[in-house]
Design a protein around this ligand. Structure first.
Ligand SMILES: Nc1nc2c(c(=O)[nH]1)N[C@H]1C(S)=C(S)[C@@H](COP(=O)(O)OP(=O)(O)OC[C@H]3O[C@@H](n4cnc5c(N)ncnc54)[C@H](O)[C@@H]3O)O[C@H]1N2
Ligand code: MOO
Length: 408
């Protein structure tokens, strides 16, 4: 184990270390059909397979003319065809939007800006700006349209289709497993008589999916013995690139995570972080059954602390594993009320944003064992070590991975 357990790493540095660990892990490439690409990450730059447009393309319905008018119509060109050249001055062809402009055409005239005489001849004045798109106007053959590392969204899929792709080269989706530790946890019914409901098993998989992972298994509560922990972690490592455990990160009588990591030959990337809540969070590299390193993220048992570990370590790790760029710099928000500091540690204070997204109001019910504040917040105001925020101060804001429309 390399990291010193007694020296928590700073929160900002912990995010960077988690990202870099993900980025440094060997990454494969998959070729998948366009329609399956949504949400994945480009493993290679997306290049134009042809010039775009691929041929001179009419932007209007009207006439393609050659020489001076009036022009004698000699045919019709619809979208989808390859027209013969317009060979003689004083002739024209009727042309549709999207049709290939015939060789020899000097100008296009809109139908509504033309007239056809009783003699069948067409008159009109072409506009000065060209009414067709030239090959390569949007992209040259082979030109990079979007770089590797770009998250695939509907627009990326669309541009790939436009220039002829059927498949996208993407990063494999990181596979995550969830293991819940704690004999005191109930999986159904209301809490009482010393027992609490497991609130992490049901929510952690959804946070992981929002951070780009596919969830291979959710298991637990795992019995509070070292053997049961080892068995469960080994089984999870079989199918996952990342195992997220909840609870047992401290050194209590039934906290078996650190001893399990030692037994498995793990190496800490981050072992405790100078952040409140959530300081016992950890990230480690663990050899998988095939020798290829996997990751284990230890989320503290207190539920809000577990979510803080997810957004602080797991989200950057998954960004790195996906080969996406990491934006360490966070947006600034103005706080609407004072927020206390946490001494030498960073304080992540749950806050709700106003509709402009620029003003953050701290929410209530924010104890590390509570989830009520989390369910009413957009993210965390970041109060740096040794500081506090007064109303009106600007502070960085770490958003929760919410989908558009959530907390609207
Ligand atoms: N002597 C000290 N004890 C504790 C310290 C400390 O500094 N010195 N820090 C406290 C802090 S802060 C945290 S965070 C927790 C972290 O503990 P663990 O990660 O070992 O978690 P557990 O002991 O297993 O559980 C803590 C708490 O959370 C509840 N829990 C656990 N899992 C779940 C779940 N899936 N759903 C809902 N609630 C869960 C559990 O019942 C405990 O109440 O350590 C403190 N102790
Ligand atoms: O650090 Mo604990 O995670 O404050 O609740």
């Amino acid at each position: 184990m390399s990291a010193d357990e007694n020296t928590p790493v700073g929160w900002e540095q912990a995010r960077e270390l988690a990202y870099r660990a993900g980025r440094a892990a060997p990454a494969g490439v998959e070729r998948i059909p366009l329609a399956e690409g949504d949400g994945r990450t480009l493993a290679e730059p997306l290049r134009a397979l042809t010039a775009l447009p691929a041929f001179p393309t009419s932007s209007i319905d009207g006439w393609a003319v050659r020489g001076d008018g009036p022009w004698r119509p000699v045919g019709r060109v619809l979208a989808g065809g390859t027209p013969p050249p317009l060979a003689a001055d004083g002739t024209c062809v009727e042309i549709a939007t999207g049709a290939m402009v015939p060789e020899g055409a000097a100008a296009l005239i809109r139908v509504e800006e033309s007239a056809t005489g009783a003699d069948g001849l067409v008159t009109g004045t072409p506009r000065s700006a060209p009414e067709w798109r030239l090959p390569g106007e949007e992209a040259a053959l082979g030109e990079e349209l979007v770089p590797a590392g770009t998250p695939v969204d509907p627009a990326v899929i669309g541009v790939a289709a436009t220039c002829g792709h059927e498949f996208l080269a993407v990063r494999p989706q990181p596979r995550a497993a969830v293991l819940v530790f704690g004999d005191e946890l109930l999986t159904a019914g209301p809490p009482g008589a010393g027992r609490v409901r497991d609130s992490l098993g049901p929510q952690v998989p959804s946070w992981l999916r929002r951070c780009g992972a596919t969830v291979t298994s959710v298991a637990g509560p795992v019995k509070d013995t070292l053997d049961a922990h080892l068995d469960a972690i080994r089984a999870a490592l079989d199918t996952a690139d990342l195992v997220c455990t909840t609870g047992g990160t401290m050194h209590g009588p039934v906290d078996h995570l650190h001893p399990s990591l030692a037994e498995l030959g793990a190496e800490y990337v981050v072992n405790t972080v100078g952040v409140r809540p959530g300081f016992p969070m950890l990230l480690a590299r663990v050899p998988g059954p095939d020798g290829r390193p996997r990751f284990l993220a230890g989320l503290p048992g207190n539920p809000q602390s577990a979510v803080i570990a997810l957004v602080s370590l797991v989200a950057p790790l998954l960004t790195g594993l996906a080969g996406r760029p990491f934006r360490a710099e966070l947006p600034q928000v103005e706080v609407a009320a004072p927020i206390h500091g946490r001494g030498r540690d960073t304080h992540l204070a749950l806050a709700a944003l106003d509709p402009s997204g620029r003003i953050a109001t701290p929410v209530g019910h924010v104890g590390s064992a509570m989830l009520r504040g989390l369910a009413n917040a957009h993210g965390f105001a970041v109060i740096r070590p040794g500081t506090r925020a007064a109303a009106g101060d600007l502070v960085p804001f770490l958003p929760l991975p919410l989908l558009p429309g959530e907390r609207a």
